[in-house]
Design a protein around this ligand. Structure first.
Ligand code: ADP
Ligand code: TYD
Length: 205
């Protein structure tokens, strides 16, 4: 099974991914966790370009291509081979991040973003995507606490940008059955239980 996690920065994705990984391992599953952008040697190099604070002149189109380049490599080098071996793949962000951030956030038309996805990932689309939804204000509070003032290039984006990204995710949810919206303002444990219940439901279908 291929599972992705989405949400604005600081929504709680990494926290939930660690918990889900442990849960699956406890149930004798083989699990690989990957992060985007990154996950392969080449993709990690592309990640450094994307998150570098010096690159504030990076244009939206280049950003989309770089995220997609990183993802193309990850899909072919890691994700497809893992899935073929029956390994559970959990990805911290995947193509929906580009739709939300570069499409809805930066304003690249959504049909153009979808065409780029078609080339980058083909039919390697997650079976289920957990979108952990929190208001931008709560994300900002967490951000201030955790990063002690050190933010990367994309995290420096303003509140309007993050609201467009969040609303973009909610738009995706309207059109995609695989997209499960989870209220990220709940406790870590409640969110974890909802994710596990959803996966158990899918297993039974
Ligand atoms: P992301 O991977 O989406 O950026 P993290 O999992 O790193 O988010 O969480 C960001 C911060 O919020 C961390 O300090 C984490 O401990 C905290 N956090 C995560 N989930 C919750 C939650 N449900 N309630 C309160 N704080 C949370
Ligand atoms: P990262 O430090 O991995 O953030 P997080 O812990 O929130 O996942 O940085 C990834 C940043 O890149 C994050 O701000 C979201 C952004 N991003 C895009 O804009 N488009 C994409 O396609 C992806 C994968 C990430």
């Amino acid at each position: 099974m291929f599972i992705s996690f989405e949400g604005i920065d600081f929504s709680g994705k990494s926290t939930q991914i660690e918990l889900l990984k442990d849960h699956l391992i406890d149930h004798n599953k083989k699990v690989e966790v990957l992060r985007e952008p990154g996950g392969t040697e080449i993709s990690e190099k592309i990640r450094n370009i994307l998150l570098d604070n010096k690159h504030e002149m990076l244009v939206a189109e280049a950003e989309l291509f770089l995220f997609s380049a990183s993802r193309s490599q990850l899909v072919r080098e890691k994700i497809r081979p893992y899935l073929e071996k029956g390994i559970y793949v959990i990805s911290d962000r995947f193509h929906d991040s580009s739709t939300a951030y570069q499409g809805y956030g930066r304003g690249i038309p959504i049909d153009v973003v979808s065409m780029v996805h078609q080339l980058a990932i083909g039919d390697t689309i997650p079976d289920v995507t957990f979108f952990i939804d929190i208001p931008v204000g709560i994300a900002n509070e967490r951000k201030k606490k955790k990063s002690k003032g050190k933010l990367d290039r994309i995290e420096l984006g303003n509140i309007e940008f993050y609201n467009r990204v969040r609303n973009g995710y909610l738009e995706i949810a309207k059109n995609e059955d695989r997209f499960k919206v989870i209220n990220g303002s709940q406790t870590i444990e409640t969110i974890q239980n909802q994710i596990i219940s959803e996966l158990e439901l899918m297993d039974r279908r």
